[in-house]
Design a protein around this ligand. Sequence first.
Ligand code: SAM
Ligand code: DTB
Ligand code: SF4
Length: 346
Amino acid sequence: MGGRLNPLVALREARRDTSTETTFMTLEELQNLYHQPFFDLITQGREAYLEHWSNNEVQLCTLLSIKTGGCSEDCGYCAQSARYTTGVKAGRLMETEEVLAVAKRARENGSTRFCMGAAWKGVRDGDPRFEQVLGTIREVSKLGMEVCVTLGQLSLPEAQKLKDAGVTAYNHNIDTSPEYYSKVVTTHTFQDRLNTISAVQQAGMDVCCGGIIGMGETEEDRLRMLEVLTQMDPAPESVPINCLMAMPGTPMEEQPPVDVFQLVRLVAVTRIALPKAKVRLSAGRTRLSREAQALCFFAGANSIFYGDKLLTAANPGVDQDRALLEELDLVPQEPRASCLPGAVSC
Ligand code: SAM
Ligand code: DTB
Ligand code: SF4
């Protein structure tokens, strides 16, 4: 190992704060894990997975864009920004009944999590559109699935109302390292993202927070992103790892696809660093072979977005995903008992 830290010692060191169950890992510790021989790393990822998630379950999550396009922000990867000509038309906020119909189908198809996304800068208490979303959440939360929303920036009063309406998790990605963030977005800051996450934590919702790889960032940026995630308290309940879908018309349309082995390494380090989090293999699976996805599951991924469409971009078809899970002897996650109809909270 030369002068390098033994990754396992680094890992034990990282677990020093057991009182809050957060994992505080430094960039150096994450780098030592990441740069191990590939098979050593994915073996450790598998071991971390088996320690906390013993049953080969994969959580299926359905995404729905409840308000599409026309967003004021300039996130360089996003087809929904009004600043780029991407072919995505700005739509209205969907009515509760329309959303409910999709959510019911998602549950019938085996999803245990329903995630609603809106393309706008954020939400404000008192805004009639926010009130409408709260009404929708109250209905969706009766269906017995985990309810996740991704509505952009918010502060504590909005977070509390979302929690009271029945949101179980709030998705707000940091997307990349603090250093690279301003190369991706200029209309809000990395600190703005952290402030929203802090409000979500204070309101008692789970945090779903991850990022995108393949935006021109370095592997070190990806690990810096992970370092920030491991320093969150409480730790994120789930970590989406998106591979950039290079959307036509965005500044990132020419970005080359991510290297599969770099993706697998990142999945493994995420699993080791945040062993209790659901590691969600998110956007970009249409570009991944079955074998690449199998490696990601081996390395520790245990959740996917399920359904032909993400928000605006394509996702593998449900039949294809069902077949893949069957071939790998993976099973869709059962709903949590606390989420079943009749339970007090999910
Ligand atoms: N507007 C909200 C926000 O910014 O948090 C929610 C929706 S936004 C589309 C949710 C996340 O989707 C982004 O933070 C990003 O990680 C991911 N995403 C968006 N476009 C993507 C793309 N083209 N490729 C990969 N991931 C993407
Ligand atoms: C996340 O991290 N990935 C999902 C979800 N959270 C909201 C969104 C992926 C969007 C991919 C691009 C699109 O559909 O426009
Ligand atoms: Fe708007 Fe979210 Fe897209 Fe950024 S990622 S442009 S905030 S919808």
